[in-house]
Design a protein around this ligand. Sequence first.
Ligand code: GLN
Length: 456
Amino acid sequence: LTRHYLDRIAASQHNAFLHVDAELSLAQAKAADARFAEGSAGPLTGIPIAHKDIFVTKGWRSTAASKMLGNYVSPFDATVVTKFGDAGMVTLGKLNCDEFAMGSANENSAFGAVQNPWDTLAVPGGSSGGSAAAIAARLAPAATGTDTGGSIRQPAAFCGITGIKPTYGRVSRFGMIAFASSLDQGGPMARTAEDCALLLNEMVGFDERDSTSLTAEQGNAREDFTRELNQPLTGLRIGVPKEYFGEGLAADVEQAVRAALDQFVKLGATLVEISLPKTSLSIPVYYIIAPAEASSNLSRFDGVRYGYRTPEYKDLQDMYKKTRAEGFGKEVQRRIMVGTYVLCHGYYDAYYVQAQKIRRLIADDFQAAFKDKCDVIMGPVAPTVAWDLGSKSDDPVANYLADIFTLSTSLAGLPGMSIPVGFGAGEKNGKRPVGLQIIGNYFAEAKLLNIAHQYQ
Ligand code: GLN
């Protein structure tokens, strides 16, 4: 199985993988085979998985798709990587993504863009674009992704695969290269909800090395996420936020999403119109909070301890400046500047504190809906299908605006997933998939996976 995928990776042109080491992978596969002989194999033993290059790995380089970490090899594995290793999974390599997970199209990678396997003229989405493309092109049966403001759900939608962002705090962030720590959350990406459930079984749980990791007492006990697959959907109340169907939603996306909602009605669910009135504020709020946290997290990349250092410099100040100017890409520099600005004395109250207050109101909107109107919420993942490679790469604001339907879930810390529900209208080099977003209340992952599993 590992050989099969390594051969496919070697022959592929999508630029989904950044680092592959066949020898290491095959050694892991051999160890997995031995577990079958010993009788210690589990359901995922021997199944290959590839990791977004945000997760650090001992054997493969860990670059966060940045020149800053171009040759970085971590002395330890991320907790998620360790957990999958303990389950006997085989690492296939490291996946391309936006630099430090900042982006919506995977075009901010220092190592080049990724092609969408459905239509090679289209972006795969971002920031986990390599993960989504690898699954869609059958270069890996499973992958990890990280979602700070949509980076699992949106590339899953653009590449026609399945991905789930768990409740914030369920999956350890230890060894996940930090972008915005109060939002970052790892999760699985695969072909089906059932595969995601099996993967999530291994991922969740308290980790003392992550200060925001949730304990079992707080609700983060390990559970079998496959246990509710095939539960009837009769009586399920699906909230349909009117703000997710307004101006800006492309007609072909709306059509595919509404057809999917009709399917759920046939399966016994009812649709309830709800309102999430602060939806439009999620863009300014997120693009204040995420850069603020990023500017602090990325201060560690100063050319002293690890990573890139400029070859020529006059003194320490000059070394810092040149290292950061040469090591970070444009979008990362933009975010560091915005983040530093909103945190500085005099602007802190006007921007950062204000954004935190609105963040709470956004979370309150969801709680009001879940309190007495609906059990889950459904809507589009993104306003359009995948756009053309290069068409928005010089327009950061156009990228930010496309995050409108995924940001509020992240700001509230809620679980959300994307499942494939058809294709958009236009064809260029091929079809462009549409994703349906399913959002649940805290710890509702099993319910979301069950609902997703029933969709045909
Ligand atoms: N597109 C968003 C951003 O650029 C979200 C990225 C993410 O979830 N990592 O920040």
